[in-house]
Design a binder for this molecule. Structure first.
Ligand code: CMP
Length: 142
């Protein structure tokens, strides 16, 4: 029996600013079989970005990353499909768009390693943490 998995994705401020990018990214997700079970557009402040990316605290890019993530609207998406965590990371492409394969979201929409258009949880435990960071259980579709 195959089991459904959930993951958290964020369309980042750089992509949210590009005409056509948000809709295209959502369409790419749906075409790959992801079911959107939660979605909201919001702006987070610096402290909220630091809380979300706490695992990266102390890294040289942490301050710049959290400034960027609190610089404008983002869209957070709760996604469901079989193998959702790994499949989303494959569809996103490499963190650095210079290394991203053709057909991936970052190849198409990302500018650089920081302004890289989209985030996706990297493992089951981080997916649980990240989903609960932005969504209460009652906000997710059945
Ligand atoms: P994301 O998948 O959201 O996870 C952490 C983010 O940190 C990553 O995407 C990039 O936006 C950013 N990041 C990772 N490595 C670097 C780096 N070397 N320089 C700048 N930003 C980075």
């Amino acid at each position: 029996m195959k089991t459904l998995e959930r993951t958290l994705s964020i369309i980042k401020p750089d992509a949210m600013k590009k005409p056509g990018a948000t809709g295209d990214i959502i369409s790419m997700l749906e075409q790959k079989g992801f079911r959107i079970i939660g979605a909201k557009m919001l702006e987070i402040n610096k402290a909220q970005a630091e809380g979300f990316y706490a695992v990266h605290a102390g890294k040289p890019f942490f301050d710049s990353l959290t400034n960027f993530m609190s610089s404008g609207p983002i869209m957070v998406l709760a996604l469901e499909k079989e193998n959702a965590i790994a499949d989303l990371r494959e569809l996103m492409g490499a963190t650095n768009p210079a290394n991203a394969k053709e057909g991936t979201i970052r190849k198409k929409w990302a500018a650089n390693i920081e302004k890289n258009a989209i985030h996706g949880s990297d493992a089951e435990d981080t997916a649980r943490f990240e989903l609960s960071y932005f969504f209460a259980g009652y906000e997710l579709a059945r």
